[in-house]
Write a protein that binds this ligand. Structure first.
Ligand code: COA
Length: 339
């Protein structure tokens, strides 16, 4: 069997209108713009509107990616949403997105690997599409993390933001030189207590969510991200450093072969540590953490969208995507840009 090449043929992103700055957070918790910017690199984040759901963010990003690919939803034969903040426990957010986009009967499912969801989804789709299972797939990362953040916990609420990023993947075509090179995924559930959220958040209505932000209602007892920040930080730096080396070695490539690093945007210091490990200048790293914060599974496709829209990407360039997440689950994808 000849394996197909797999290409990104469309990219899109969407951020909700409302911006919450670090100064806004100073009014909510005992923190300062200076502390947040210095420890995380974050200056602001976007917050989902009361009448929006994760699927709505996903739909907007998907529409942009379809437009960019020059195709419509009728050309798609599978749809995957990576999300930690699904509209409901079930059905999957992917089926909601399919319906909102007017898609018909193709398979649609969610991937849950928290902040690594997009990297996980891309890895699985790469394998499926190489084997001929699907021709064109919408892969979306979409999150409303602000709905599961404890807005009284200064150690976590400063970190997260909402948004969605999407790509259209296509198998085959004449450009066999470019496209996905490969992926590596890892998980170690023995670390699960260090970063988690219990699963009561669907009980929170969007109205309650906004009351929590605006009136500081204590969200104890409802779903909230819990994190041992400095331990997560330390392990993230180590695991990301090793997975980027592992994927390069697997494909007989070296640091200097990489043109762009598109990292998960959790903390500028984690990103700098990975770039240093790869001996990469920061001007070859896609950075959105300052303006988006950590948008979990949306962060990698949003950063890719940002880099793509900047006009800096050139056909044939080697791009390394990486992410680290609760679980812990982490991984990396390598691809040669095809557009
Ligand atoms: N504003 C001001 N002070 C804060 C604060 C805030 N928002 N959050 C925590 N602090 C305080 C702590 O209470 C602590 O005070 P103490 O020394 O008096 O006890 C001090 O700052 C240091 O806290 P610590 O948690 O050790 O800070 P840190 O340098 O590790 O930075 C994070 C905290 C959360 C920014 C950092 O650990 C981090 O980014 N971790 C990884 C997060 C991550 O990537 N998560 C998602 C993975 S997908």
């Amino acid at each position: 069997m000849t394996l197909s090449s797999v290409h990104i043929i469309g990219v899109g992103g969407y951020l909700p209108e409302r911006i919450m700055t670090n100064a806004d957070l100073e009014a909510l918790v005992d923190t300062t713009d200076e502390w947040i910017a210095e420890r995380t690199g974050i200056r602001q984040r976007h917050i989902i509107a009361e009448d929006q759901m994760t699927s709505d963010l996903a739909v907007e990003a998907a529409k942009m990616a379809l437009l960019d690919a020059g195709i419509t939803i009728d050309d798609i034969d599978a749809l995957v949403v990576a999300t930690t903040t699904p509209d409901m426990i079930f059905p999957s957010t992917a089926t909601v997105v399919q319906s909102k986009l007017g898609g018909k009967e193709f398979p649609a499912w969610d991937v849950q690997a928290v902040c690594s969801g997009f990297v996980y989804g891309l890895a699985h789709l790469e394998g499926m599409m190489r084997a001929g299972m699907y021709k064109r797939v919408l892969m979306i990362g979409a999150e409303s993390m602000s709905r599961i953040v404890d807005w009284t916990d200064r150690g976590t609420c400063i970190l997260f933001g909402d948004g969605a990023g999407a790509v259209v993947l296509e198998a085959g075509g004449p450009d066999a030189e470019n496209g996905m090179v490969g992926s590596i995924l890892h998980a170690d559930g023995s670390y699960r207590e260090l970063l988690k959220a219990h699963h009561t958040h669907p009980k929170l209505s969007p109205e309650m969510h906004h009351q929590k932000i605006d009136f500081r209602i204590d969200s104890a007892g409802t779903a909230a991200v819990e994190m041992k920040g400095n331990e997560v930080f330390r392990i993230a730096v180590t695991k990301l450093g090793s997975v980027v080396k592992e994927i390069l070695a697997k494909h007989e490539l070296t640091d200097s072969d990489i043109d762009w690093l598109v990292p998960h945007q959790a903390n500028i210091r984690i990103i700098q540590a990975t770039a240093k490990k790869l001996k990469m200048d920061m001007d070859r790293v896609a950075l959105t953490v300052a303006t988006h914060g950590n948008t979990s599974s949306a962060s990698v496709p949003l950063a890719l969208n940002d880099l793509y829209r900047s006009g800096k990407l050139e056909k044939g360039q080697l791009i390394l995507l990486e992410a680290f997440a609760g679980g812990f689950a982490w991984g990396a994808n390598l691809l040669r840009w095809s557009k």
